[in-house]
Ligand binder design. Structure first.
Ligand SMILES: Nc1ncnc2c1ncn2[C@@H]1O[C@H](COP(=O)(O)OP(=O)(O)OP(=O)(O)O)[C@@H](O)[C@H]1O
Ligand SMILES: Nc1ncnc2c1ncn2[C@@H]1O[C@H](COP(=O)(O)OP(=O)(O)OP(=O)(O)O)[C@@H](O)[C@H]1O
Ligand SMILES: [Mg+2]
Ligand SMILES: [Mg+2]
Lengths: 256, 256
């Protein structure tokens, strides 16, 4: 029974897509059957795995509005254990259109339920907002993985995100848990980053992954080649950090 | 007659707030009467100028919904030529609420029209989305200032943003122009950043500011002290770059 994990944080540019793409690729390398769902109209996760977007009729937009089944819109990637449901700019309109649906917060949950059997993990890359699409992702998810940039504005937003998670637990999805908090773009040389790490570990304890993603230019270069870091530069500190994250993530699943 | 400039880009974390806060502060130092409007529920611009948010009844949310006049919600800052209309998390609900209004794209334009006389510049900090709040900002604005991170995903989003700007020009605000494109978080050492700068200048020519904002840790430290960079560390490369931007911005106004 596949586990659904939403990678979310309404603060922009904190490494949601980079984490979704590279954790998904690392899990696929470990032969876990993985589906990556791009729920952001920017479509960054879609291009991050090298999907050229040649078929605008087979995206998450069609699946959400019931124009196609999820099985019809999922596509293969270069990794045999990784599929993707791509996004395209049509998704911008989806938020307004979904407002008129019954059970508008559960549309994604309903659509993904038929795919759970096929995968070990379904990762959802969210856009930087707390609108209806992200609420759909939180209502559908078993857990939320929170990428956290070690910066002041990012810390400020964490409270708002946790408040939203609690509200979703109370009203839409009582089983939603926090998968973990991942420190991203960490530059150990700066006092700010070290202060943030100390505060976050003190406050959230074991929820925070031991694995920390360093700032590494190879991570920002790899999307321009349409490849996850494992294919672009496997020896980079970025690739090693995401392998470490995948290991820790899988160990936590085993521990239950 | 005050000029309204929206600082927008749906890509997250590209330096919208950092630009809004520090351009506004630099203009205030040059004794231009400036108003900063925080239109992002994250409220980063609000805390970036050190506003403690002690009055939840006097925010942009009240002004948008007509619960208070704009003049009642604007607040003073440490700079005598800079006022702010703060944001708070209530704003998350505003997008859904505004959907039911007549002229729902023009609510902000209508509210700000009474303030135009009082200021030389009104800067609007937008959230990382192309939802109704950002559409309101584009419908109200004379121009849009686009912070652009020199990264692949940010470049990918530029096309979508320009498409949206064209649609707003055709349907809501024919007078909307591009104020300029600002390269942010520029790390001259990386090939990716140099490539992006070369491409952007070739493609957009004089629209791109000569001033380029370097990656500078002092810029990310200053919000934790609730101060724009000019007050936090005036000698930093970040402060100097935003002074240079303000100069170039003012020279462009004079040139018309
Ligand atoms: N560890 C890292 N080191 C260096 N660059 C990184 C790292 N992680 C992400 N980046 C780059 O930083 C930018 C922001 O990351 P990313 O797009 O993954 O964040 P996001 O949270 O998905 O953004 P959005 O809020 O727009 O969806 C991207 O250009 C990405 O390539
Ligand atoms: N030139 C710079 N050098 C170093 N850090 C920077 C620079 N500009 C911005 N930052 C930091 O990078 C992060 C992202 O910047 P900022 O929050 O201004 O972007 P944004 O586009 O407003 O994000 P959002 O999409 O969430 O609104 C912040 O933590 C900020 O302090
Ligand atoms: Mg993203
Ligand atoms: Mg911002």
């Amino acid at each position: 029974m596949g586990k659904i994990i939403s990678i979310a944080n309404q603060k922009g540019g904190v490494g949601k897509t980079t984490t979704a793409v590279n954790l998904a690729a690392s899990l696929a390398i470990a032969e876990r059957r993985t589906l990556l769902v791009d729920l952001d109209p920017q479509g960054n996760a879609t291009s991050g795995v090298g999907y050229a977007g040649d078929d605008a009729q087979r995206t998450i937009y069609q699946a959400l509005l019931g124009l196609a089944t999820p099985a019809e819109v999922l596509q293969q990637t270069e990794f045999s254990y990784l599929d993707i449901i791509p996004a395209d700019p049509d998704l911008i309109g989806a938020e307004m259109e979904l407002l008129h649906y019954e059970r508008r917060e559960f549309i994604l949950a309903d659509r993904l339920s038929s795919l759970r059997e096929r995968y070990d993990y379904i990762l959802i890359d969210c856009s930087p907002s707390l609108g209806l699409l992200t609420i759909n992702a939180l209502a559908a998810a078993d857990t939320i993985l929170i990428p956290l940039q070690s910066e002041y504005y990012a810390m400020e937003g964490l409270g708002q995100l946790l408040f939203t998670v609690r509200r979703v637990q109370e009203t839409l999805n009582p089983g939603l848990e926090i998968e973990g908090i991942l420190l991203t773009m960490m530059d150990q040389r700066t006092t700010l980053a070290r202060q943030v790490e100390k505060e976050v570990r003190e406050h959230f304890g074991p929820l925070v992954y031991q694995a920390v993603i360093p700032r590494n230019v190879r991570l920002s270069e790899s999307p321009s080649h349409g490849k996850p870091i494992a294919l672009y530069d496997v020896s980079s500190t970025g690739a090693q950090a995401y392998f470490q994250l995948a290991d820790e993530f899988m160990r936590r699943q085993a521990a239950g």
